[in-house]
Design a protein around this ligand. Structure first.
Ligand SMILES: [Zn+2]
Length: 277
């Protein structure tokens, strides 16, 4: 579907600067468009306050139901903790020790687990309430700030993680340049984003919304394996590997077969990617 010219004026492509685009999805009044010049898919008309701290304060208060408190053994909590355990298990295989930075660490659940597993940890989080929670509850170092406009710290990291964070930036390429400079030589960058080519994304539209990916109030950039690979290589990273993390708990193990099949054709719900400096 081609967008009429009147719709093509709000935000140009953050990767190549072109404003020649076509409408790919519409969600409520949001327009997700594809750049005709470079193929990048982005939200053309974000809320002006999208990156504001206030928006993310609300994000975390809305997410309180999933707040996975360690002393809360509800099924939601167990599901959330299962995700964090799978992630740390993966990282331990890649780099068993070192300095780990999590961008968008929220309330610090994953970061606390990394610290318990021996990593020297640091977080960066835009929402000050969530950052304070992480500092007070888990005694982890968290800086409040927005990667898009903050100065990079002097310290260098062995591994930087972005779990469902890169899609929240206006200009993911400039963030990747910064992250490259924040890594030690041969350091690792681990990114997980919703997959634009996934079945869930393909089925998402006005009436059938996939909050995990098609969430334009917060999601400003959208990735396929190829578009993610392109900007990672462009920002200097190398040795890109597509990883698979099976987040399904034991009682849903039947999902694993479906997941493996979707993964083989790059249509799994999420892209988990590892690159090196
Ligand atoms: Zn472009």
């Amino acid at each position: 579907m081609i967008a009429p010219a009147s719709e093509i004026s709000i935000r140009s492509c953050s990767i190549c600067g072109s404003n020649n685009c076509s409408l790919k999805y519409r969600v409520d009044h949001f327009r997700i468009v594809k750049c005709r010049n470079c193929g990048f898919v982005y939200l053309q008309n974000p809320h002006t306050v999208t990156a504001d701290e206030a928006t993310y304060q609300e994000y975390f208060s809305n997410a309180a139901a999933m707040a996975a408190l360690p002393d809360n053994d509800s099924s939601i909590s167990a599901t959330a903790w299962n995700i964090y355990y799978r992630r740390i298990d993966l990282i331990k295989k890649i780099k068993p020790v070192g300095r780990l930075l999590e961008i968008g660490c929220g309330r610090g659940y994953f970061l606390s687990l990394a610290q318990k597993n021996g990593y020297s940890v640091q977080g960066i989080e835009i929402a000050s309430d969530a950052a304070r929670y992480a500092r007070e509850k888990f005694k982890v170092k968290v800086q409040t700030g927005n990667m898009e406009n903050m100065q990079i710290p002097a310290v260098r990291y062995d591994i930087i993680t972005l779990w469902h964070v890169l899609e929240h930036f206006y200009d993911p390429l400039s963030v990747l340049y910064k992250l490259y400079n924040m890594l030690e030589e041969n350091g690792y960058l681990l990114i997980e984003v919703p997959n634009l080519n996934s079945i869930k994304f393909r089925l998402a539209n006005d009436g059938n919304r996939w909050v995990g990916g098609n969430h334009p109030r917060y999601h400003l950039s959208f990735f396929t394996f190829n578009s993610l690979a392109r900007i990672l290589l462009h920002s200097g990273f190398r040795n890109m590997k597509l990883l698979t993390i099976d987040y399904s708990s034991a009682r849903y193990s039947g999902k694993s077969l479906v997941k493996k099949a979707l993964y083989k054709v790059n249509m799994d719900s999420f892209l988990t990617v590892l690159v090196r400096k």
